[in-house]
Design a protein around this ligand. Structure first.
Ligand code: DGY
Length: 343
């Protein structure tokens, strides 16, 4: 039986199904694993199912042994994996994008936008501590989102779903991408702007780009200076896209009206200064945390492994260029015996 190493217990039934036909080794620890722990428990595995909290370097891939054929990442983002190193070794990398996950993240983006603009978290804390004394005209005045301008940086699958929902609020939606997408513009009724114009015109800026060397600190002191005074900034993509020091300064000065951050520059740490600010809503990377999305993610991550181990091309291959040079040691029982005898 092929060994499959799973770095943490995950929701859904798919792992149980997998265990009927494969040797599934799941980490007993309810926490992220260090590289040496992954090697200790996972060495010799033909497949690894990993979370975004584990970092996969070329060195770790080598330490796992030559059988490792696929790293199946339990996330849409895959910045925790050195994909180039995997490709050089013929290891396939898969991720778990799906409508379920994308819709969940888009919904949560909206949860942050509305909570921030209508001060839901602050006012709930106020009520919880018994401070409510009766209706008042001045307490917790927020801002409408109706008819405002929403700026989406990264009009991919999630960005588009966020845009679609904005139409229900009669918003003007502008977007910035590396490439202009005229078809998507027509379908969604959105407008392309260059980055500086988007920053200058948006009441709310929402980030939906992957973390790469180009997007790291895309939101920094200079880009914030170009934003509208009092604008809101939302991030459900990856923390390091934002320079949090610059955001703290901008919240202090009032340049930014508030932030809704589900992802953080130094996860799992959340910014200690922002934690004290009422107009900073910080959540623990839960945008995709719905039962529906998680079950789908498990199924998808498992399906990719099953396909690869039976020689089929998986659906969500992040490095298709590795397909031709993939590791092809057979995994059926007869071949296993042959490998065992040869050793
Ligand atoms: C992802 O899928 O990349 C999210 O950040 C975690 O589910």
């Amino acid at each position: 039986m092929a060994k499959i190493f799973v770095t943490r217990q995950i929701p859904g039934k798919a792992l149980e199904e997998l265990a009927k036909t494969h040797e599934v080794v799941v980490s007993p620890f309810d926490r992220p694993l260090a590289a040496d722990e992954i090697v200790e428990m996972g060495k010799g595995a033909e497949a690894a199912l990993t979370l975004l909290t584990e970092r996969w370097t070329g060195e770790l891939m080598d330490q796992m042994g030559p059988n490792l054929k696929i790293i199946s990442n339990y996330a849409v983002g895959f910045d925790n994996i050195d994909v180039k190193a995997a490709t050089e070794r013929g290891i396939l990398v898969c991720n778990t994008p799906s409508d379920e996950v994308n819709e969940a993240v888009a919904e949560f983006t909206w949860a942050l936008i509305l909570s921030l603009s209508r001060r839901v978290v602050e006012s709930s804390e106020f009520a919880d501590k018994g401070a409510y004394r009766g209706w008042e005209p001045h307490i917790f005045l927020g801002r409408d989102v109706y008819s405002k301008t929403l700026g989406i940086i990264g009009l991919g699958r999630i960005g588009s779903m966020v845009a679609r929902r904005a139409k229900g609020f009669n918003m003007r939606v502008v977007y910035y991408n590396r490439d202009k997408d005229t078809d998507e513009e027509k379908e969604l009724g959105v407008e392309y702007l260059d980055l500086d114009s988007l920053l200058g015109q948006s009441d709310i800026v929402s980030l939906h780009v992957p973390l790469t060397s180009e997007t790291r600190h895309l939101i920094n002191k200079d880009s914030i200076a170009k934003m509208k005074n009092g604008a809101y900034l939302i991030n459900t993509s990856r923390g390091p896209i934002i320079d949090e020091h610059a955001v703290v300064d901008a919240l202090r000065s009032g340049k930014l009206g508030g932030v809704g951050l589900d992802v953080h520059e130094n996860e799992p740490a959340t910014n200690p200064e922002m934690m004290q600010m009422e107009n900073a809503i910080l959540t623990p990377h839960i945008a995709s945390a719905t039962v529906e999305a998680r079950e789908k993610m498990t199924q998808q991550a498992v399906d990719a492994i099953v396909k690869v181990l039976s020689g089929e091309k998986p659906n969500d291959l992040v490095n298709p260029e590795a397909w031709l040079s993939k590791r092809i040691q057979a995994t059926d029982s007869s071949s296993r015996i042959a490998v065992a005898q040869a050793q």
